[in-house]
Design a protein around this ligand. Structure first.
Ligand SMILES: [Zn+2]
Length: 397
């Protein structure tokens, strides 16, 4: 454990806790972030951030999901000459958080409504970023040029970060994202993923009178799943020193038991930290479906057909410990008296897209626990340490 260096950043803890409780209570699932954008904007204006520094971009017009509002971006000049820093956290929550009623219970905040999640993912991160700038203004602290970035639509595909226009972020040299649990942990890499959509076309026929004239799309799907399973390509995948995961998550088709099923649609994903192995997983899936489609034939020798689509959901990344943003993050964690650890995520983060687009981004903790469930809580000591670390990284101290 490293000792604090005596200059532990001061924050108004009571105000920070009230701020996060207010933000978590605002409804704002993905694509419906308008109210939370409005709330943060009014807090910024009230604190004296000039209107001209605040931008709501049009990312919702570029996003495949649409949405009512774009990303919230604040660009501020520095009071000291230093490389620009970016602080970010996503605004949206999963739908389960809608209706959250945050209440404090000792060292935790939970939702008083047992049917909802809390929304600490990621309003706790959004509050860390907001608290950093409010404390800078309140305490009159010097700071480098700053970009504050609150992207929309993280939970449904990282769209706010994926489609943000990079020039609007002002060319930051160090980027920090708050979207995690422990304040001592810096996530410096994450896996990459492809989404797969497979349309299987068989041939319909009467299942009792002429089953031999049909080609069952369900038969093709079943053979494929068995093939992938038996050969170790479904679930946790370990092949020599390569590893990844895959999952067929959605399967649908068929309307009647007396018809040989002509059509089945499947949706699946594959993930791996290794980009080449991730492509290999896509190809293993494609060839398994092709083999199965060729092998199911009717009495006229006709086989099934398929359409196989793979789309990159997010690219993987892996930052070096020597990367300036990583060094700064680990230093800030030490400065609040914690022992830093680094980790790699098996899920996607907004940092995936920023890092893939040339902005190496470290993701830090803000006290989230059991996210995306009705048992979600916010750990107050981790949240407050997240705020202190945010203030240190914003001031470049
Ligand atoms: Zn999140």
């Amino acid at each position: 454990m490293t000792k604090p260096n005596g200059s532990l950043p001061l924050i108004d803890e009571k105000a920070a806790i009230e701020r996060v409780m207010t933000l978590m209570a605002i409804c704002g699932k993905s694509c419906e972030e308008g109210t939370v954008v409005g709330h943060i904007t009014s807090e910024l204006l009230h604190a004296g951030v000039p209107k001209s520094a605040i931008l709501v971009d049009g990312v919702n017009k570029k996003s495949p999901a649409g949405g009512e509002v774009g990303n919230l971006i604040v660009s501020l000049p520095g009071t000291v000459r230093a490389p620009r820093r970016l602080l970010m956290a996503h605004l949206d929550t999963v739908p389960l958080c809608v209706g959250s009623k945050p209440v404090r219970k000792g060292k935790e905040i939970t939702s008083a409504d047992p049917e909802t999640a809390l929304g600490g993912d990621d309003r706790s991160g959004a509050t860390v970023v907001l608290t950093a700038i409010l404390e800078i203004i309140r305490q009159g602290l010097s700071h480098p040029p700053l970009t504050l970035f609150w992207p929309v639509q993280e939970e449904i595909g990282l769209y706010g970060a994926r489609y943000v226009s990079l020039p609007k972020l002002g060319n930051p040299k160090l980027c920090f994202n708050w979207d995690g649990g422990s304040a001592a942990t810096a996530c410096i890499g994450a896996t990459g993923a492809y989404d797969l959509t497979i349309d299987l076309a068989g041939i319909a026929s009467h299942a009792g009178v002429h089953p031999e004239g049909g080609v069952s799309a369900i038969g093709i799907a079943g053979l494929t799943v068995a093939d992938l399973h038996q050969n170790g390509w479904h679930g946790l995948i370990v092949k020599g020193k390569h590893s990844g995961t895959s999952n067929i998550g959605i399967i649908g088709g068929g309307e009647a038991t007396n018809v040989v099923t002509p059509y089945v649609k499947l949706r699946a994903e594959v993930r791996s930290h290794d980009p080449a192995f991730r492509k290999r997983l896509v190809e293993e899936f494609r060839s398994a479906f092709e083999r199965a489609a060729c092998s199911v034939k009717n009495d006229a020798g006709r086989a099934g057909r398929l359409r196989f689509e793979a789309s990159l959901k997010y690219e993987s990344f892996r930052l070096k410990e020597s990367e300036p943003a990583v060094q700064a993050a680990l230093g800030a964690i030490r400065a609040v008296g914690l022992d830093p650890t680094t980790r790699f995520s098996n899920g996607g983060l907004d940092a995936n897209w920023l890092s893939a687009r040339g902005l190496p981004t470290v993701t830090l903790g803000s006290g989230q626990q059991d996210v995306h469930t009705v048992n979600e809580t916010l750990n107050i000591p981790d949240f407050l340490n997240g705020c202190r670390i945010g203030l240190l990284l914003a001031t470049g101290a």
